[in-house]
Design a protein around this ligand. Structure first.
Ligand code: NAD
Length: 375
């Protein structure tokens, strides 16, 4: 068995497997082949892989010889053209948005496992790349906002005058949002939170934040714990309620997402008109359209003195821990598809394997992706 590790595209600092994790595999007699420079931005140089008995190669060699390839971002057309039929690739490929690409990969007989599709169950927790990476993004979002904000976060009473605490509004209390609440609270901010899932209210309050109540949210119980799209009446009520909070807020961390759909627009232009200049917004939902009017993905814009950062990849700015957690998620997942002899063994009776396998043996096999393709 040969396991390949690719260098990620420009601008991405993470790597899918760090040297100390490569060692888990080399100790099991699985050959780990690493593209030269793959770990460079995560402070893992080629020598550190060599010291763990991995070997360093060109990209072409990794692509042509591997049985399983780990990546974070999708492979390019040129990359996939070099794979052997039946090569397994595992990463975060957003197949609900990349349906055409999935069909192309099926035709090329690539066996694609997209770990962002893993069911959110207790057993899958240690393979849940969305959680491990969102946790980092939530933490970094608050630190980034604090760096850009022209005032303190905590309250101070000093001889030079009193400082009021910063007011932070968090949109979406999923994994990123909850970490953002905890981080903003640790820095001394006063925090308010909006989410359409009423079940998160207790978690929000236990972190010392205020939950913004809006009655009449759609029932998410059939959506595996995820949010679902809301009625127009609810959206109106929520926007009205949010408008009051936005006017008071100094910082907004926007994380609200609905799987497979564009992110809900929660901060309108009219609301931005009411925010104070110097306020900061970090929109982590930027890649799916953003929660905020004026958000541009991968850009920072200043609107009426309000800084709006559109960045859905803040985890890349903490590449060492992000790679460490990602690699551990991958290692745990690979235990499910590699047998004791070190051969690929795909068991579709396993709900985790079935849930994240998108293409197999020449076809798109994932039910959610198939449904979207046929719509
Ligand atoms: P996500 O990234 O899909 O969305 C972020 C948050 O935005 C969610 O809390 C969602 O309810 C909220 N949201 C969506 N639309 C909104 C709107 N219009 N207004 C305000 N908020 C809105 O979420 P996630 O972090 O991936 O978590 C999704 C679910 O999965 C949660 O229930 C989480 O607890 C659960 N989860 C379970 C496990 C596990 O059991 N293994 C692991 C991680 C997450």
């Amino acid at each position: 068995m040969i396991l390949g590790i690719l260098k990620e595209p420009n601008g991405e600092k993470r790597v899918s497997l760090l040297p100390e994790q490569a060692e888990f595999f080399t100790k099991k007699n699985i050959q780990v082949v690493v593209e030269a420079g793959a770990g460079e931005h995560a402070f893992a140089n080629d020598d550190s892989y060599l010291s763990k008995k991995a070997t360093i190669h060109t990209r072409q060699e990794v692509l042509q010889n591997s049985d399983i390839i780990l990546s974070i971002h999708p492979l390019t057309d040129t990359d996939t053209g070099q794979l052997k039929p039946g090569t397994v690739i595992a990463g975060i490929y957003a197949p609900l948005f990349a349906r055409k690409l999935m069909q192309e990969w099926a035709v090329k007989n690539i066996w694609c496992f997209s770990l962002d599709m893993i069911p959110r169950t207790t057993r899958a927790q240690n393979m849940d790349v969305l959680s491990s990476q969102a946790n980092i993004a939530g933490y970094r979002a608050v630190l980034l906002a604090a760096g850009l904000f022209p005032r303190y976060f905590p309250m101070f009473m000093t001889a030079a005058g009193s400082i009021a605490p910063a007011k932070v509004l968090i949109l979406g209390a999923g994994v990123a949002g909850l970490q953002a609440i905890a981080t903003a609270r640790r820095l001394g901010a006063v925090v308010e939170v909006s989410d359409t899932r009423p079940s998160v209210k207790e978690e929000v309050m236990s972190l010392g934040a205020k939950f913004i109540e809006v009655e009449g949210a759609a029932d998410p119980s059939q959506a595996g714990g995820y949010a679902v799209e809301q009625s127009d009446t609810f959206k109106q009520k929520q926007l009205q309620r949010l408008s009051e909070s936005v006017t008071k807020s100094d910082i907004i961390i926007a994380t609200a997402q609905i799987p497979g759909k564009p992110a809900p627009l929660l901060i309108t232009e009219a609301m931005l008109q009411k925010m104070k200049p110097g306020s900061v917004i970090i929109d982590l939902a930027a890649a799916t359209g953003g929660n905020v009017f004026g958000t541009r993905n991968d850009q920072t814009v200043v609107y009426r003195g309000i800084t709006i950062v559109g960045n859905s990849n803040l985890q890349s700015d903490m590449p060492t821990d992000a790679s460490k957690m990602y690699g551990k998620n991958m290692f745990n997942f690979l235990q499910l598809i590699i047998d004791k002899e070190g051969k690929t063994d795909i068991n579709f009776n396993d709900d985790i394997v079935k849930g994240c396998c998108i293409t197999y043996n020449g076809s798109v096999v994932n039910e959610r992706v198939k449904t979207l393709i046929n719509e």
